[in-house]
Design a protein around this ligand. Structure first.
Ligand SMILES: [Zn+2]
Length: 68
């Protein structure tokens, strides 16, 4: 199940959302302010819980900068 990163346009709160393939209309409202004015972040598409634990590796990236 892919995990997408969304960011709230209203309060700027970033959050992860697991989206089922069968779910064509996932609830992507902001968990903080309940705004539906959110958009998908494209920097990191999936496996956010894994990449956060594997940042020490960094063998596939050309540099350590870019994403923060
Ligand atoms: Zn919000």
């Amino acid at each position: 199940m892919p995990v997408y990163e969304y960011i709230c346009s209203s309060c700027g709160h970033p959050f992860d959302k697991m989206v089922r393939f069968s779910d064509t209309t996932p609830d992507t409202s902001c968990p903080k302010c309940k705004s539906t004015d959110t958009h998908k972040r494209l920097s990191r598409i999936a496996y956010s819980s894994y990449t956060s634990a594997n940042l020490s590796g960094g063998s596939c990236g050309s540099s350590g900068s870019g994403f923060s």
